[in-house]
Design a protein. Sequence first.
Length: 98
Amino acid sequence: MRTMIECRLDTRASNEAIKNGKLPQLVKEVMEATHPEAAYFAPMDGGRTCIMVFDMQESSQMPSILEKFFLELEAEVHIQPVMNYEDLQKGLAAVGRS
């Protein structure tokens, strides 16, 4: 299922991760684990934020992906299923046939 995570990194924890070199490695690990179709990094709501869209095969993947953000960066994480335009068209077509 196409899934979006939005991780707002704690400033103090992410400052430390930048200073000690852990942040680039953590981001690399998450990127390699998820193979996102899109990944964005931006300041949002006054802090560092990472937004990724990827295909989550099963819900058991959540701990291995999200715990890195919780444990290392004390992040606030939001996760939700999302659709692209093609998914929306397919879903709406199915509704029309019901």
